[in-house]
Design a protein around this ligand. Structure first.
Ligand SMILES: Cc1cc2nc3c(=O)[nH]c(=O)nc-3n(C[C@H](O)[C@H](O)[C@H](O)COP(=O)(O)OP(=O)(O)OC[C@H]3O[C@@H](n4cnc5c(N)ncnc54)[C@H](O)[C@@H]3O)c2cc1C
Length: 448
């Protein structure tokens, strides 16, 4: 007897996807308004869905591929993140426990394979260096505590034989125009993207091979052979499905009590005037990740397609297991971001934030992905543990390979992971997370 899946919740994203808002009007893809057939359906048009679409298109000959996105492409978390595609894990464990060295190296190898895949996409679809810039990344410290974090990370990089360069206070000032950062740590393997432009251009390139439907949330699936995916105005009968919906995999009934739904928040200034740009100094485009994991990420971007020069600050995290934020969350984030901005950019005092927003991450207790065949011919590529530009790309590629090839060298390496661990019960989980996150934010001090 075929079973049904009722999708319990659809994505709700607080505020605008600012990286998308500052671009010229986006190309429109139709909503699904009829009943169609396809060999493959991908649900979700973020990094994971697009990587799955591209890898499938390389593997399945002329079989048909449909992608259904609940909202507009680049409006979800994919178009509202800070745009760091990072090859190195945030926490390096080498020297901490036996086997950790190999684990770190394996993560780095897989992350780099995903970045290469994205790089090929960027080349194939002729993305500008403002959209995809393989410039590496800088972690910045504004306090002695931040410097201690950098020192410890540097130590791990040495142990792994990874390349890095330390940046002095003077280097940081020349680069950013700011007095705030005492030290930086540069590593060369990361890429900075304009996330919304990347998603738009990748989709445009893929659209010759893949049929995209926007504003077409999957609300119901009849399981069978083929499966039938129902949207508000149409349906697709398809043999194979890849669910690339990150935390919303739980809304489809999979991985219950195993996923943490965390929101993080950002603010973007209005376009700076020429005078303000001169007052700021430094180079036109840069990004800094905080040395303290609970600190503030900052990006400055110069004009791209009429967007103007802008500054973006991101900080604050809340656990919202109902996958919706409340007005309190937004107010706190705004305060913290205004403070972070004025601490770093005193020369831009009084400049208003034009866009404020939040976005969803999906984490698991043991940092494992929610991956694999969850029903006959339905694969999950979800739970990117906060680093979805890379991990999502990787899991989209891997879901396509698992679904089509069954096995591959990279898949064997990728599949060495456990299932996401079961979470502590409520209310302990949410209360515990709240106290821990606020405590860590407080401890981050000036790095926040
Ligand atoms: C402020 C902020 C900063 C961040 N900074 C970074 C960063 O610098 N680097 C980094 O790697 N990551 C960053 N992230 C995280 C990153 O954005 C996510 O990990 C990433 O977007 C996950 O990719 P994904 O494709 O798996 O999921 P998503 O991007 O969430 O895409 C899933 C898509 O599925 C769609 N969907 C859900 N349900 C349905 C349904 N029923 N039917 C149809 N479609 C559906 C959603 O609308 C969504 O578009 C940041 C996130 C935020 C919010």
């Amino acid at each position: 007897m075929p079973k049904n899946i009722e999708v319990k919740r659809l994505p709700k994203d607080p505020g605008p996807a600012a990286w998308n808002s500052i671009l010229p009007a986006a190309p429109e893809y139709p909503a699904l308004t009829s009943d169609i057939d396809a060999d493959w359906v991908i649900v979700g048009g973020g990094f994971t869905g697009l990587a799955a679409a591209r890898r499938l298109s390389q593997l399945v000959g002329d079989e048909s591929i449909v992608l259904l996105e609940a909202n507009k492409l680049a409006e979800g978390p994919a178009g509202r993140n800070s745009g760091f595609m990072i090859d190195l894990p945030h926490d390096l464990n080498s020297e901490t426990y036996a086997g950790a060295h190999e684990h770190d190296l394996q993560q780095i190898r897989l992350n780099r394979a995903a970045i290469r895949f994205a790089h090929d996409m960027a080349e194939e679809y002729e993305m500008d260096s403002k959209v995809f810039d393989p410039c590496g990344k800088v972690t910045g410290a504004g306090s002695a505590k931040g410097q201690a974090h950098i020192e410890s990370y540097r130590h791990h990089l040495e142990a792994l034989g990874e390349e890095y360069r330390l940046m002095s206070l003077g280097d940081m000032k020349d680069w950013t125009g700011l007095d705030f950062y005492r030290q930086g740590l540069y590593t060369p393997g990361a890429v900075m993207i304009q996330p919304a432009a990347f998603i738009r251009q990748a989709a445009q390139g893929l659209s010759e091979r893949v049929s995209f439907y926007e504003n077409s949330p999957v609300i119901h699936i009849d399981l069978g052979n083929p499966h039938k995916l129902v949207t508000p105005k149409g349906s697709v009968k398809a043999k194979n499905i890849i669910l690339a919906v990150n935390g919303h995999i739980q809304s489809f009934g999979f991985f219950p009590r195993q996923l943490l739904h965390v929101f993080t928040y950002a603010s973007m200034t209005r376009a700076l005037s020429d005078k303000e740009v001169t007052r700021l100094g430094g180079v036109g485009d840069w990004g800094i990740l905080p040395a303290d994991p609970m600190g503030t990420t900052v990006r400055r971007s110069s004009d791209f397609m009429g967007s103007g020069h802008r500054v973006v600050v991101r900080n604050h995290a809340t656990l919202n297991q109902n996958m919706e934020v409340n007005s309190n969350n937004i107010r706190t984030a705004q305060k913290l971001q205004d403070k972070a901005f004025s601490n770093r950019f005193p020369m831009l005092n009084g400049i208003e934030m034009e866009h404020r927003w939040g976005g969803r991450l999906c984490l698991s207790w043991n940092s494992m992905p929610a991956f694999g065949e969850v029903e006959t011919r339905i694969w999950s590529a979800a739970c990117q543990n906060g680093l979805g530009t890379v991990k999502g790309t990787l899991s989209g590629m891997m879901a396509a390979e698992q679904a089509v090839l069954g096995k591959s060298d990279m898949l064997s390496e990728f599949l060495i992971h456990q299932a996401p661990a079961v979470l502590p019960p409520e209310p302990f989980l949410s209360l515990g997370a709240k106290v821990t996150m606020r405590w860590k934010e407080w401890q981050a001090g000036i790095e926040l």
